[in-house]
Design a binder for this molecule. Sequence first.
Ligand SMILES: [Zn+2]
Length: 456
Amino acid sequence: MKTVNSEWRLNLLHLACLDDIIVDIKINEVIDLNILIENILAVLPGGAETCCVYISDGLISSVSSAPDGFVADKTINGAGKMLIPGLVNAHTHSPMTLLRNCADDLLFNDWLFGRIMPLEDNLRGEDIYFGVLLAVMEMLRSGTTAFIDMYYHTDHLVRAVDEAGIRCAYSRGMTGDLPDASIKLRETLDEIDRLQATDTRTFMLAPHAPYTCDEGFQREIAAEAKIRGLPINTHLAESLAEIETIRRRYGCSPIELADRAGLLSETTVAAHCVHITDSDIRILAERGVTVATNPVSNLKLANGVAPVPKMLKAGVRVALGTDGAASNNSLNMFRELSMLALIHKGINHDAQAVTAHEGFEIATVNGARALGRDDLGEIKPGNAADLVIIDLDRPNMQPISDSLAALAYSTNGSEAETVIVGGRILMENYDFLTIDRERVFYEVMKTGKRLGISGT
Ligand SMILES: [Zn+2]
């Protein structure tokens, strides 16, 4: 049923300051619609079946018969299409789209300290805003409806994500040693108080990594997170150089260091965890940490392969992330899912090391849990309507025998045709309804030229 608040708001004019000029961005916004998706092959928790999905007030209200009094404002014909829960990118740095393809075939330390950080020093707030919009476009186009981000310039991130309508858990990456680093924590907490969490916008505290934050600073962040009930987002055990550095400085592994600093708990998301021991895995399982694995980034930076099958066996919750577009160089979660399911089979000589079913769960439900949400990641009544319609009218998607195998092994990521977040359509038939595509392309190219990395 259409609520009192239901309305179409089309072509709103939004004014944004861009350095010294004013630009107009047209935003098409459609909110609070009753949406009926008819006769679609839906990937439900119990398996795929053809059904009708009813959406109202931003939620999935039914996956079978029409709820009492339901009148559709919009009906989508699901014939020849598949409906899946939106994928959750559990680890990325969205503005790094600006640095895509500008630092390749380099080892981790040369990549980060030699190339990326000096470029990041020259990024301005408005660069970040358009870089995030580019990232969101790429994510929507490849079926992602939520992501966990770590960066800085949070105001510009929030502005872009709010306008685009996607779901995001923000974390400002903090680096440094005590006592000087404390100011960064205070600034971050002020930022969180000022920006306030909403249904689609949440915050985490992010000690960047054990090699960029000393133990005292990690301890201070952990204590503040407990007091405020904020989750933690951090990088752990990504490269061999990190393992050596931490062992030399502290005489232990990065996981042991994070644990003794109090950073590890059920609300912690630890990205990478590539170089970990059986004892580290036990700590991660006991503390209930979610590990965000990033197989493509780990391969590209020559860091190795995380022991995901071992972690799964030990009961560690594993989610999936792309990492930033400067180390991947893509935010395509279908590509990541395929890599996840394939690489562990290959290196373990075990075809069941990570199955299509496990991979899909890792990319959806486990990502939702990493976000701290138990009402996302599955198509069922009462869950938020974060949904992706997949086009099956393609040679690579025919015939459909096993839906999860098709999603894990046959997709290339371009099959996402329509994307809904919280009941709001953000992309319809491949058209972005909330983002001015040409404007974003123009602005990121301009930034690339200023940084001296475009067309090199
Ligand atoms: Zn990262």
